[in-house]
Design a protein around this ligand. Sequence first.
Ligand SMILES: Nc1ncnc2c1ncn2[C@@H]1O[C@H](COP(=O)(O)OP(=O)(O)OP(=O)(O)O)[C@@H](O)[C@H]1O
Ligand SMILES: [Mg+2]
Length: 438
Amino acid sequence: MDFWPSLGFKGNPYVVKPLPGSEDGRELLVGRDVELRSLLRRIRESDMHVVLEGPNGVGKTSLVSVATWVASEDFKRGRSRQLYLPLPEPLQVKEDAEEFVSSCYFGIARAFLEHEKTLKNAGRSVPRTKDLNLWLNSPVLRARGGGINSPFGGFTGSAGIAANTSQGYTQAGFRAAVKRWLGDAFPEGSGGFVGLIDNLELIDVSSEAQRVMEEIRDPVLQLPGTRWVICGARGIARSVAATPRMNGVLSDPIDISPVPDSYIPQLIEARLRHYSVGDSSSAPVSARAFEHIYEVSHQNLRDSLSYSQDFSFVLEPEFFLENEAEEIESATRKWLAELAMKYERDIRLQPRMWRLLDDLARIGGACSPSDHQDLGFSDRTHMRKNVVDLERFGLVTSSREEADQRRRSIEMTSKGWLVYYSRSQGLINPTIPGLLPE
Ligand SMILES: Nc1ncnc2c1ncn2[C@@H]1O[C@H](COP(=O)(O)OP(=O)(O)OP(=O)(O)O)[C@@H](O)[C@H]1O
Ligand SMILES: [Mg+2]
């Protein structure tokens, strides 16, 4: 029998994918009422685009998907007169701004097709499907419009397909048409497509992210009938929102902090319930064990879920079926401690680098290059050298050549937190001074 069904689940309750924009996603989103309300209010009531800033794996993408779904449901159920609908998928920002603009327009064109019925039922004006398909399959638009897995002919993103000018499909023509369609479908204040511009931190350096966002400001961020939600980690979304050219275009960032510990049992129980087939499922990682993992990984929800999966698969289903909850929980704790010790053992660092990791953990796990003095370095270059080494072992992530010295661009990973756990608990080396628990 398959693993999860043998434990009484219809699927993997610890899935790490972002929550979907659907009834299921809404049911599984726990501990985010305040952020959900605040995001919805900004989508509906403000004429600026929304910026979300928060550490990796806290649930930004999930929150946006669910919020957009709630907005579309509210219209469907007559609770709101504004019709908001999601783009088919989140857009990953690209350094090539022109290419990124193209993916935004393709996303919008695809959204018109996907939501055609809903729009029509709502009495909104929609472009003709024939026109849309014509545009979407136009070679000239494909020339730089890459990165889209389109169901309309599979653009592969390979640049440089020759322009088919004989058919007259120019970029400018396509863009003007999209703008017109948006204006017709969504008259002022009546809703729009919600597009998620995700993972701004992938651009790494804030000046680059700022440049891309400034370049898309006029062609994308000024389009009618669209509300963009821009997500980023390690201070990059905040730093983009703060540039003068984004004044009045992007809102003040909403900070997305980790889901508070007090919600974690409820969050996991919601999943276990959702994925259970009958009333007697046997969870490999109980709510209590998950709380422990969440604490050790310093509240990284995504990584806690992925550790939970890893643990589930190291043992046979019989173990979970035949043992009491306490025994299973203590097996989880033991497994996590062993993983932390293994990580610590596999890492070779100079004492100064170890100290940096410990100090970083003590100040909460994130810092900016300008914090070098607080961390005991005479200058930034010296600290940078040590950070790079921690990064080599996956203990921190950081940005290269960051111009904004106050950006908290250096952040411990959950592996870093696990190693710190091993050190601070003295799991391998109980004599590390100053790190033993009181
Ligand atoms: N409020 C929540 N309730 C329950 N599960 C959640 C919640 N928020 C996020 N999750 C789960 O946590 C994991 C991480 O969420 P998500 O991918 O949305 O985070 P993220 O902040 O977008 O991460 P990244 O920085 O990697 O883009 C996913 O498995 C998601 O299903
Ligand atoms: Mg995300």
